[in-house]
Design a protein around this ligand. Structure first.
Ligand code: NCD
Length: 320
């Protein structure tokens, strides 16, 4: 079992991306998450780890899973949680992101969880305020806690928890790679832990430059399926497309959608993941989304422990 070096210390006051974390950092968050998992099984689902701290959920894009997961995670750590959205706040009156955040911070906030439509927004904010920033998705850039919870789920299913060594594991990330912050975070995290990653999609949705990171690129899902241990299916991000990037949704589903017939080409125990929300019948058929290979609800459950760990670590950086 690979151990973290004796001198290892978590030093990050912000969780902005997985690209800038080391493999040891990623392992440390995931091991910390393992420690928090049990809290959610108690009848009183709370620990005092962040008692007296204030966490603000600042969301400028729609979200169900991520937002409620961060809210519950902070609550289970006993932090006070404040919910703010772009729509109901002064941002809709023209206030800048930095002004909004500085005003929130002036109320004595320890961490801001930010979701924003602009890539780089979380980094920008981390340079302007003193509190911790956790990126809950910035444009097409990264969604680090989703990447972490996907890896946590994968390791759980493969029996590779605690050491989180993914060498010999092949993961296909399928679909709208170009617009997906989930794909980028998964890619960085998986490669750092030693997995082989195949990005699969139509050429219009697959930036070629990503191959430089050390992954494989394919446009043929059927050819790739027999080789993979896990498939992470992405949602087509219609809201981020400025032009039509494939002929029709039907044709997309025909070549890149995962249905029961296509799944039979894969290993019998292949793990099927999806970050949600699912476009049923487009990237995933109901039979697959709800079938035995699906880890989708396990991902949601694991999101809580991973977000508890992320919030706990950034707020206590240097101390743990
Ligand atoms: C993802 C997101 O918002 O980036 N969803 C999520 O966080 N659960 C993926 C998506 O919207 O397709």
């Amino acid at each position: 079992m690979s151990q973290l070096p004796g001198e290892y210390r978590w030093v990050h006051r912000h969780l902005l991306d997985l690209e800038s974390l080391s493999a040891d950092d990623i392992r440390f968050v995931l091991r910390t998450a393992e420690g928090f998992e049990e809290v959610s099984t108690r009848s009183v689902k709370k620990v005092p780890a962040l008692r007296g701290k204030v966490v603000v959920n600042l969301f400028f894009e729609d979200s169900t899973r991520t937002r409620s997961s961060f809210n519950l995670a902070a609550s289970r750590l006993s932090a006070d949680v404040l919910e703010l959205t772009g729509k109901g706040s002064s941002v809709s009156k023209g206030e800048t992101l930095i002004d909004t955040a500085r005003n929130i911070e002036a109320m004595g906030v320890d961490a801001i969880v930010l979701r924003h439509h602009r890539s780089g927004a979380a980094l920008h904010l981390s340079r302007a305020v003193n509190c911790c920033i956790v990126n809950a998705g910035d444009g097409q850039h990264e969604h680090p806690t989703q990447g972490l919870l996907d890896i946590f789920t994968l390791a759980q299913r493969l029996g590779r928890r605690s050491h989180y060594d993914l060498s010999g594991v092949t993961v296909a990330i399928v679909g709208d790679i170009a617009h997906s912050r989930v794909a980028r975070s998964n890619l960085h995290g998986l490669l750092k832990l030693g997995a082989h990653v195949i990005l699969v999609g139509p050429s219009t949705l697959l930036p070629r430059g990503l191959a430089d990171l050390g992954c494989e690129i394919s446009h043929d899902l059927d050819a790739v399926l027999p080789r993979v241990d896990a498939i992470n299916m992405l949602r087509i991000q219609f809201e981020r497309m400025t032009s039509q990037l494939f002929p029709s949704v039907r044709e997309y589903a025909h070549f890149f959608g995962l249905n029961a017939a296509r799944l039979r080409r894969a290993k019998p125990d292949v793990i099927v993941m999806h970050p949600g929300p699912i476009n049923r019948g487009v990237e995933l058929d109901a039979a697959v989304a709800d079938g035995l290979n699906s880890a989708i609800l396990q991902q949601v459950t694991n999101g809580l422990a991973v977000r508890m760990a992320s919030l706990f670590l950034v707020v206590n950086a240097q101390k743990v």
